[in-house]
Design a protein around this ligand. Sequence first.
Ligand code: NDP
Length: 256
Amino acid sequence: NSSRLLGKTVLVTGASSGIGAATAVLFAKGGSNVIVTARRADALQKVVERCVAAHREAGAQCGGKFVAIPFDVSDKNQVASFPDKIPAELRRIDILVNNAGYVVGVDRVGDISLENMEGMFATNVFGLIALTQLFVKDFRERGTGHIINIGSIAGKEAYAGGSIYCATKHALHAFTAALMREVVDTPIRVTEIQPGMVETEFSIIRYRGDKTAADKVYDGLQPLVAEDIAEEIVWAASRPPHVNIAELFVLPVNQA
Ligand code: NDP
């Protein structure tokens, strides 16, 4: 029931493209307020415009406050100063969607640079943890809140050439599971969404801009689109307060 999202304030990381952008727009349509974050300010601004249009077209009576706050989730200082940039009327976050993440390269262990390794962990794991820390205390004090972490099939399985990315998503999985148990005595909900292949900028970044190689991974199947995962995120967020969707593993047909 999407009426449960009316007037909620949602913070989406990695919202400048792909799954995060689609999620922001869908929450906007459902009558929520949305804070969108990522590094690219211009792309975020376009997502804000899409949120405004979606909210208007849906005729939603609640929500309608949309703000872009660009920052780098892998940078400790930028994470720490981020809450001060949130407009006062949106400081009470109800739903945190930790979605920012990436993989660069399909490199064997011996070929992975330290910079690449540290970058993936800093974004996919440490940034996500730091952001969760910023809000979980407030969630406890207010007796509310929903943390939705975007994991991956790579957090359940591991593949050659994906050691670091898979390790980050396995780490996300362990962190999310432990967090869920830590808040088990509170109304806070913790969800992990584990997508299979979704056609976004993700694959192009993984193949360092080689679009042909990026598209090749979809041979033999029809990949999910960002909106498919956005729908799962919004669905999980709109369950009744006593229902916690702990995990959702979503694959395209023909991916196993
Ligand atoms: P996109 O590349 O389209 O989106 C990734 C988002 O993360 C962008 O908005 C990017 O914005 C943001 N981001 C990356 N690094 C940083 C950073 N250091 N600080 C802040 N924001 C950052 O890919 P998807 O939408 O597909 O990916 C979203 C999530 O889904 C990721 O966590 C990914 O691992 C996961 N996933 C994706 C799958 C797929 O097949 N596409 C499969 C399984 C999981 P910007 O560049 O502006 O900072």
